[in-house]
Design a protein around this ligand. Structure first.
Ligand code: NCD
Length: 325
């Protein structure tokens, strides 16, 4: 549904009627306001802020946490969802309709569109199409693409979790362990962490799965130091956060790479013993084999608390995007 004051998402100091496309567009005052709202929603989960609002969920890729947490957020704030969870099959895209035509149509039914897609630039294209027609329905990127992709609402959940677990978002040693070549989550999180002072990011990945140069350039530009490793041995004992991601099998360029790389990294209980007791282990989930399940009961394991935080964080985001107070 159209509104008057929308402008493209670019380091805006408010989120009202903004599309949420990339985490690097989010600046600290906005993040702090969002975290305060998420704190509020953790204690007071229900209200009617989204009464009379309709949010469309267009998911072209599988999702458990992102879609259900968005839908829970909408319902608990008094709004309504329209959704398709397998949009490539159950929408007119299966008949040949373009994504942007579909977005144009849905934009007149919904107050915001939450979009997950296989293509890196899908959310941006959707936003551009609506801007071109002066339609002001915000697009929220719920994870688009891989090797050049972004997942800004996951990274908001991640930094909110770090803030809650460790009480700060600066002076952190962050070890990222996993598939960095294909993970939109790692890309978005690295950009958000670089907003805060004195963070050092240690990327640990097999050579085939190393982080994109564009993200390293972004970190350089923001004076965020980083190191690159193929094993975590050197960096584990000083880590404040160990952020693990699964091998993104569905995005690998060659099928034989999966067999080659599937056991190339794993966080074990022995490795956790070498970590600080105050350190936190995080994972966007789904976990496959890259974190031993015996770790789940240890106090450092924060990944299920992290997924719980997805609901208050997405409530805060929808509240800020859809209401003007
Ligand atoms: C992530 C994603 O979809 O990129 N999942 C999520 O949203 N929690 C991570 C993944 O699929 O590995």
């Amino acid at each position: 549904m159209a509104s008057a004051s929308h402008s493209p998402s670019k380091s805006s100091s408010t989120l009202f009627q903004q599309s949420i496309l990339r985490s690097q567009d989010l600046i600290i005052p906005v993040l702090e306001a969002l975290f305060r709202k998420a704190d509020h929603y953790t204690v007071h989960p229900q209200n009617t802020r989204l009464q009379n609002k309709v949010v469309a969920m267009l998911f072209f890729e599988p999702s458990t946490r992102t879609r259900f947490s968005f839908e829970t957020a909408v319902y608990q704030l008094g709004g309504k969802c329209i959704s398709t969870e397998n949009a490539g099959t159950f929408s007119s895209v299966a008949k040949g309709e373009t994504l942007t035509d579909m977005i144009r149509v849905v934009s007149s039914y919904a107050d915001a569109i939450v979009l997950r897609h296989t293509q890196d630039n899908a959310a941006q294209e959707a936003h551009d199409r609506l801007c071109k027609e002066s339609i002001h329905t915000p697009i929220i990127n719920a994870g688009c693409g891989g090797f050049a992709g972004e997942h800004p609402t996951q990274s908001l959940t991640d930094v909110y979790t770090i803030r809650k677990e460790l009480g700060r978002l600066n002076n952190l040693n962050i070890v990222m362990l996993g598939d960095h070549a294909n993970s939109r989550v790692v890309r978005s999180l690295a950009c958000l962490l670089s907003r805060y002072e004195n963070n050092v990011i240690h990327f640990v990945a097999p050579p085939e799965l190393s982080i994109g140069k564009d993200i390293l350039m972004f970190l350089d530009k923001n004076d965020t130091p980083y190191t690159l490793h193929t094993t975590p041995d050197q960096v584990l004992s000083d880590a404040d956060v160990v952020y693990v991601t699964r091998l993104q099998r569905e995005r690998l360029a060659r099928p034989d790479l999966y067999e080659k790389l599937k056991d190339s990294y794993r966080l074990t209980t022995d490795m956790v013993r070498r970590m600080k007791s105050s350190a936190r282990i995080m994972h966007p989930l789904p976990r496959v084999t890259e974190i031993e399940t015996t770790i789940d009961v240890l106090p450092q394991a924060a990944y299920f608390r992290q997924s719980d935080n997805g609901v208050p964080v997405r409530k805060a985001l929808l509240d800020m995007v859809l209401t003007d107070s």
